[in-house]
Design a protein around this ligand. Structure first.
Ligand SMILES: Cc1cc2nc3c(=O)[nH]c(=O)nc-3n(C[C@H](O)[C@H](O)[C@H](O)COP(=O)(O)OP(=O)(O)OC[C@H]3O[C@@H](n4cnc5c(N)ncnc54)[C@H](O)[C@@H]3O)c2cc1C
Length: 410
């Protein structure tokens, strides 16, 4: 079945996540006719991280809406601390970053995406089509020439000069394009849950490390967003041991939660989120470019995937907007985006694999109460805390908005 509606646009972006919405906003701002197709009816989805990094905040400043953005409810994390085998260790100090905002802002991802989309909607050449699930690519003589999408009113074809796949870890676009993907084994999954917060609780967000186990508590105002790292595929075994055992495990990391861990009284309150790290060999072919998790799925380790996805979007707009404004771009143009973003991606993914192997799954040897060398160094030498802060807060090869490429029609 096909609907009678025919969409006219130059660039179709598949997926309204951080990569897709930022690319959509920037391309629209630069005067490119662009449509973002998002399969969900709204931006409320499984937890995928609510972190807005200093580099993204810098970008908001460059775009001219930092003040307005920071009026949205959020929490600010200026220092990241861990409790490692019972000892508190400062891990990252964001206060010395060379950015306007020296903190990570925690904001529900749907607020961030709603903010971006409300600004993008101000451009007449921008369309956001919710409940449009892309099911296939359209090919014309081997070139990607658009997408087919399922909508509540039936199926529709959207022709375009360029399709940007920003549809995340289970990307339909990259699968339809037949891209080759390299998987990096990930030994962990994450259980996510909410636990209420009390005024007497510690103020900061925390990571509690204990010999191969990790509990992360993110301060969300009136509750803790808790992430419990488990061995991959280990959720059934945890369930088999029963909820009381699971509650005890949580308390063994963060004893101050003892009086309310019983809030977790049903497994439906505990969500399993599977973790992957992978990367495409080629991110593009004629008429198609993949960015964000669609090109390189990220683990939550270090909380940097959203930042990386946004940086991909900025590079895409910087490198392609001007040409796209007047017509199609070549595969050589698309390769420039991969060439620019591949190296930072490799570096960050390499670091995530390292964190999984050495820190999270506890191959750090030593006594039960001992502090692994890495954490001892961070404790002894405050200057070293600027390295993780830079890596997490800015990342390698930060991108900046290039207004020269933009039509600045706003
Ligand atoms: C458990 C977990 C926790 C994480 N925590 C953090 C964190 O704290 N900080 C951080 O920086 N990163 C975190 N990450 C990584 C981060 O979620 C990703 O790197 C980031 O979301 C990638 O953004 P994206 O826009 O590329 O993809 P996504 O955020 O996955 O967005 C893809 C979008 O495409 C839509 N879509 C999918 N298929 C289709 C289709 N066929 N048609 C139309 N639309 C489609 C989806 O609905 C979605 O809106 C976490 C990851 C996991 C798994």
């Amino acid at each position: 079945m096909s609907t009678s509606e025919k969409l006219q646009t130059r660039c179709v972006i598949v997926g309204g996540g951080p990569a897709g919405m930022m690319a959509g906003y920037l391309l629209a701002r630069a005067g490119v006719p662009v449509a973002v197709l998002e399969k969900h009816a709204d931006f409320n989805r499984d937890f995928r991280g609510d972190t807005i990094h200093p580099s993204t905040l810098e970008l908001m400043h460059e775009l001219g809406f930092l003040d307005e953005f920071l009026k949205q409810p959020h929490q600010e994390l200026r220092e990241l601390r861990g409790v490692v085998n019972g000892q508190t260790v400062p891990i990252a100090d964001f206060s010395k970053l060379p950015t306007r905002c020296k903190f990570i802002a925690f904001m529900p991802q749907w607020d961030f995406l709603n903010f971006l989309s409300s600004h993008a909607r101000g451009f007449p050449n921008f369309q956001l089509l919710m409940e449009h699930e892309v099911v296939d690519l359209i090919f014309d003589n081997g070139r990607v020439a658009g997408v087919r999408a399922k909508t509540p009113r039936g199926e529709t074809a959207v022709p375009a000069d360029l399709v940007i796949g920003a549809d995340g870890r289970h990307s339909t676009t990259q699968a339809s394009a037949g891209f080759e993907q390299r998987e990096f084994g990930v030994p962990i999954d994450v259980l996510w849950m909410r636990i209420s917060k009390k005024q007497t609780d510690p103020e900061q967000s925390f990571g509690f490390f204990q010999h191969g186990k990790l509990l992360v508590l993110l301060d969300r105002g009136d509750y803790w967003q808790a992430g419990f790292v488990i061995p991959k595929g280990g959720f059934d075994e945890i369930k088999a041991h029963g909820l009381p055992q699971f509650q005890n495990d949580i308390v063994s990391f963060a004893p101050f939660l003892r009086d309310r861990v019983a809030e977790l009284d049903d497994w439906s309150k505990i969500k399993l989120l599977t973790v992957q790290i992978n990367r495409l060999r080629d991110w593009c072919r004629e008429g198609l470019l993949c960015i964000g998790d669609s090109a390189h799925a990220m683990s939550p380790a270090g909380g940097v995937g959203i930042n990386l996805a946004i940086q991909d979007a900025v590079a895409t707009a910087n490198l392609l907007a001007e040409k796209l404004r007047s017509g199609p771009v070549s595969v050589d143009d698309l390769r420039k985006v991969q060439a620019r973003r591949e190296w930072p991606t490799q570096l960050i993914q390499g670091m995530q694999v390292f964190i999984h192997r050495r820190v999270v799954t506890g191959r750090t040897s030593g006594r039960k109460d001992s502090l692994p060398l890495l954490f001892r160094l961070l404790k002894w030498f405050p200057i070293l805390r600027q390295l993780p802060a830079r890596f997490i807060g800015i990342g390698p090869r930060p991108e900046h908005f290039r207004s020269a490429n933009a039509g600045d029609i706003s």
